[in-house]
Every structure is written in structure tokens, then in C-alpha cells.
Ligand binder design. Structure first.
Ligand SMILES: [Zn+2]
Length: 422
């Protein structure tokens, strides 16, 4: 069988073999308004030209609208109920400890990346932060490294020696726009040198947490990305752009964050420390959001009237939804064994905290913008190629990014492209 007719099935979905190099980009925290406003401001000349000839749709990400669950959904083509990663933490009730889910041993499904690599495709994955690298690269042969640790790559572990020298840029700070720029600079270099069949590039939302759509800093960031995408496009790549989640302002007109402290509330209702609130956004890099997002899960004491407590929480003005474990697992396609007795989602303008003394907000040097809820579920699903067979009214998901790139995107015919260029 020639590779032209070859396809692979991964987690129940069939994927055609790439006809041209495929680049899937996950722009962390890219609320749709960022690209809309940057295009309007003239900051994205390549995208402004590419979209009318390509595909411009919106899709829903996975709730919790957090980074890891969504990146893993994109590379597995499946929701967290299948791959198991539903946040940065889950609570081991028996051990009484919070367990970090950064380790690939918590992954319950293989990735599209690993499947194509074992079928003989060449793969390259570049992430901004190192926390995602091992999960995304699990079981995959090929190149896989993070911008954060580009100075410590080896052929054996990352598929490339000294990625820092290869990319030829200084090592970026983990709290910077440079961290994401490094990802794209690496992507362009990798395309020139190795022309991988499939590339996955994933950025960090450092800019989106601090700067609203249409601001100068945001537009400059999107202008930077646009320049690199133009280079990948010129190399003949099929490019799909999506996001792990959106991003909204979570502060009042006074600039102060609007927080419901859920642990405090449950302590008041049930007794101090009886319930355990888990904020799965918590990670080692909290300075830009203070571990405050719009999603929480709570473990209630034995014998609690779970439905009644959920109802009482849902009645709060700050809250959009409070669901029991099974309701949440069904509605958001989550692994029921890795969420608490209740799942709580706040409204667009609010975040959920544990208690005031447990959030260090000293690193917040701008009014809080964050994510995690249903209000951050809408994300772009764009492609530089047309996809006429894609249903016009179906609910699209960000984890259909590889489906769009491999099964729906139509290659541009050379003569037509040349005609347009004249
Ligand atoms: Zn993110």
C-alpha cells in the first residue's frame, strides 16, 4: 500500500496519512477576539490573506478549560474521559494527598503523534513549558523538546542534541513572550532542516493572562506569530491553528480579582477542613494567575447530601454550574475517578479560590485574567486550506484539529496558487 492510501486509527478515529507537512498549533489562551482584533489592526497580514482561501471556524475546547487537559485532547483526538488528564492535580482520597498529573503514567490513551511515528512518519513537537513535553511526547519517536529547557536536549531523550544552538536564539525566560516565540522559531528551523510529516507546536498564555485582545502588546504578540506562520505556509505546510482555551477578565472595575473562596464556604457550612477543594489549575508556575481559575472540584465528607450542597453552591451569584460527579463526568466527558463529589464552574467574571490565605497574589502585576470555565470554551479552529466537506453546522471541538488537518484540509492546487500570486 502506498502512503497515499494509508490511514491510521487512533482512539476510535481514522486519520489519513499527511499529503503535505502538517503543522498543528495550539495557541495557549487564544480567545477568538485576539486574532479578530489583530487582523482588524493589520497586525496579521498573512492570516488575513490565508483565511478567506482557507477555513475559519469556532470550536469548543474541553472543560475544565485548562492547558493540559486540552493539549492532551488535541494530540489524542479524544476527551479527558479517554486520555485521563483532567487538570494538573487530582486528589487521592485514600492517601489524603494531591497528586500531580504531569507524569505520562497518568495518561490512559496513546497519542496521534506516537501512532504516526510508529507507522513511519517523521514527527516534531515543540512546547513552551517543559511540564507538557513528557506528556505530549509519550511513546513517540522523533524530535520533542521544550523552549524552557532547550539548553538541555539530547538526541537520546529529545531526538535532537543542543536544540538551543540549533534554533540559534538565547534561552527565553519562562515568564515571557520570548518563550512562545522560541517555539515558532524552532518550528521554522525544523521545517527547513527536517521537513517533518507532522509537527505540533504549543505556546504559553503568559501574554493572554496579562493583556486583553486588541491591546498593543497582544497585537504585537500575534504579529510575531503571523510572521512565522507565513514562513511555514511558504514551505507548503497545511497549518491548523487552535487554542487550548479562551481567556477572560476576572476582575471588577476596581481592578481587584472577583473570587469565590469555596473552601471557606464549605468550611462554614460543613465544619473546618471537612471538605477538600481542589483547584486543578494549580501548577508550579502560578505567578500570572495566582492559581485562580473558573473551575474547582470538591471532595465532601462521607454521608453528605451531595445534590443539596451542589444546589446550594449553584445558587451563588458567582457560580454558573455546580454538578455532581456523574453529571460532570457525563456533561464534560471527564474521568469520574479523577474528579471530586462535586464540580463547580464560576461565571465569566469570577474565579474560584480555596481560602484567601492560600493564594499568593503578589505575582499578579496586572488585573486578573484567567480561564477554566464554560465561559472560556470557545476557541478558533482555523486552517490555511479549504475544508469544504467539514459540516457547516456540526459542533466542532479543538481536539478535531488533526482530523481537520489530515482528513478535511484540501491541498491547494499549484496553478491556482500561482494565478492568485500574479
Ligand atoms: Zn493554557
Amino acid at each position: 500500500m502506498s502512503t497515499k492510501d494509508k490511514s491510521l486509527t487512533v482512539n476510535g478515529r481514522r486519520y489519513a496519512w499527511p499529503k503535505a507537512p502538517v503543522v498543528v498549533v495550539c495557541i495557549d489562551g487564544s480567545e477568538p477576539a485576539y486574532m479578530d482584533q489583530a487582523i482588524t489592526a493589520g497586525a496579521m497580514p498573512w492570516l488575513a490573506k490565508a483565511l478567506p482561501m482557507g477555513t475559519k471556524r469556532l470550536a469548543d475546547c474541553v472543560v475544565p478549560s485548562f492547558t493540559n487537559p486540552n493539549n492532551l485532547s488535541i494530540v489524542t483526538g479524544a476527551p479527558p474521559a479517554v486520555h485521563g488528564i483532567c487538570g494538573n492535580f487530582f486528589y487521592d482520597r485514600q492517601a489524603g494527598t494531591e497528586i500531580m498529573m504531569n507524569d505520562p503514567k497518568y495518561l490512559r490513551a496513546g497519542t496521534i503523534l506516537a501512532a504516526f511515528a510508529s507507522a513511519g512518519a517523521s514527527l516534531a513537537v515543540v512546547t513552551a513549558k517543559d511540564k507538557l513535553r513528557r506528556l505530549l511526547g509519550h511513546g513517540m519517536t522523533g524530535i520533542c523538546f521544550s523552549a524552557e529547557k532547550a539548553d538541555a536536549t539530547t538526541k537520546a531523550e529529545h531526538g535532537i542534541d543542543n536544540a538551543l544552538a540549533f534554533v540559534g536564539r538565547p534561552l527565553p525566560s519562562v515568564y515571557s513572550a520570548d518563550l512562545s516565540e522560541f517555539v515558532f522559531a524552532a518550528g521554522v528551523k525544523l521545517m527547513e532542516r527536517y521537513r517533518p510529516d507532522i509537527m505540533y507546536l504549543s505556546t504559553t498564555d503568559y501574554i493572554q493572562h496579562k493583556h486583553a485582545p486588541g491591546t498593543k502588546v497582544a497585537n504585537d504578540f500575534y504579529r510575531m506569530m503571523d510572521g512565522y506562520w507565513a514562513e511555514l505556509d511558504a514551505a507548503g505546510a497545511t497549518i491548523v491553528l487552535t487554542a487550548d482555551h479562551g481567556m477572560n477578565a476576572k476582575h471588577g472595575s476596581d481592578g481587584k480579582p472577583q473570587i469565590l473562596f469555596l473552601q471557606g464556604l464549605l468550611d462554614e457550612w460543613l465544619g473546618a477542613g471537612k471538605a477538600r477543594v481542589i483547584l486543578p489549575i494549580t501548577d508550579p508556575y502560578v505567578a500570572h494567575h495566582g492559581a485562580l481559575g473558573s473551575f474547582a472540584t470538591a471532595y465532601l465528607p462521607e454521608g453528605s447530601d451531595v445534590a443539596a450542597i451542589a444546589k446550594r453552591i449553584a445558587a451563588r451569584a458567582e457560580i454558573e454550574l455546580a454538578l455532581t460527579r456523574n453529571e460532570a463526568a457525563r456533561r464534560f466527558e471527564l474521568p469520574a475517578d479523577r474528579i471530586g463529589d462535586i464540580v463547580v464552574v464560576s461565571r465569566k467574571e469570577f474565579v474560584i479560590g480555596t481560602s484567601a490565605d492560600r493564594h499568593d497574589l503578589s505575582g499578579l502585576d496586572a488585573p486578573l485574567r484567567s480561564h477554566g470555565g464554560v465561559s472560556e470554551q470557545r476557541v478558533p479552529l482555523y486552517c490555511n486550506r479549504p475544508a469544504p466537506a467539514l459540516s457547516a453546522d456540526a459542533r466542532l471541538r479543538n481536539f478535531s484539529a488533526f482530523d481537520l488537518a489530515l482528513n478535511y484540509a484540501e491541498p491547494v492546487s499549484q496553478p491556482a496558487a500561482q494565478r492568485r500570486a500574479v
